[in-house]
Design a protein around this ligand. Structure first.
Ligand code: GLP
Length: 256
């Protein structure tokens, strides 16, 4: 794992944006895995401002609420179109977001996995982290080998996301999410976290044991992961001096 600690969310986001821009310049038909939530918002704004060519890019989103109309303001469809896709030259046919209104959800999930494989797999997956350590919507105790499927949110996640829905009761309980096994097949993972409320989950994910109780901890087993943090999210790490030292000592050819 490469742990990159930056002074601010903005500086951390720029590292992530440069990593993605470099990928798209070298591989214009790259397959990106994308995330929602407040964490990647600035990243999407930064990518839009970079005016990259998205015409050959394919995307797969991590997750979606079940039963929420696609055009609901808080659906992840709305989120992605409003915050990224409508501002870049991506083809509608190249965008994939789980369909939380599919008639046959298990069948849809199988098809989603097949579509990822048919696209050649995900080159780079953007991830946020829940305060309980979830990635995508893989809540604590999710199988570390799981594939795209239905999940039930924890009470904690419903409380965390109540800010988007006005009340905890209005947060849908069920979701479709890529599995942890699916995420682990991406060729590269970029985990972003900002703010003090992520510091515990990050410390457990990066320095704790690998356990389904902190699903993000499985990323310790992935060969190409950048964990990009602001100072607050890095606040509970015990080896942050070393991570800063590594980043500062990078040779030019490795730097982002
Ligand atoms: C959400 C999403 C995750 C996201 C996480 C953190 O519920 N399903 O993909 O990473 O929880 O959200 P935020 O970035 O708003 O803190």
């Amino acid at each position: 794992m490469e742990i990159i600690i930056q002074p601010t969310q903005q500086a951390a986001t720029e590292v992530a944006a440069r990593t993605i821009a470099r990928l798209l310049c070298g591989k214009p038909n790259a397959v990106l895995g994308l995330a929602t939530g407040s964490t990647p918002l600035l990243l999407y704004q930064t990518l839009i401002a970079m005016k990259l060519d998205w015409s050959h890019v394919t995307t797969f989103n991590l997750d979606e609420y079940i039963g929420l109309p696609r055009d609901h303001a808080q659906s992840y469809h709305s989120f992605m179109w409003n915050n990224l896709f409508k501002h870049v030259n991506i083809g509608k046919e190249n965008v994939h977001i789980p369909d939380g209104n599919a008639q046959d959800i298990p069948g849809f999930c199988r098809e989603y996995e097949e579509q990822i494989s048919a696209a050649g797999g995900i080159d780079l997956q953007v991830l946020g982290i829940g305060t309980d350590g979830h990635i995508g919507f893989n809540e604590p105790s999710s199988s570390l080998a799981s594939r795209t499927r239905i999940k039930t949110l924890t009470r904690q996640t419903c409380m965390d996301n109540a800010r988007f829905f006005g009340s905890e009761e209005s947060v849908p309980r069920h979701v479709i999410t890529m599995g942890i096994g699916t995420i682990m097949e991406a060729r590269q993972n970029l985990l972003l976290a900002f703010g003090q409320n992520k510091a515990c989950a990050i410390a457990q994910a990066v320095e704790g044991p690998i356990t389904s109780i902190n699903p993000a901890s499985i990323l310790q087993m992935h060969p190409v992961v950048k964990v990009i943090l602001d100072e607050l999210a890095a606040g509970n790490l015990t080896r942050s001096d070393y991570y800063r030292w590594v980043y500062k000592s990078k040779p030019d050819w490795q730097s982002v």
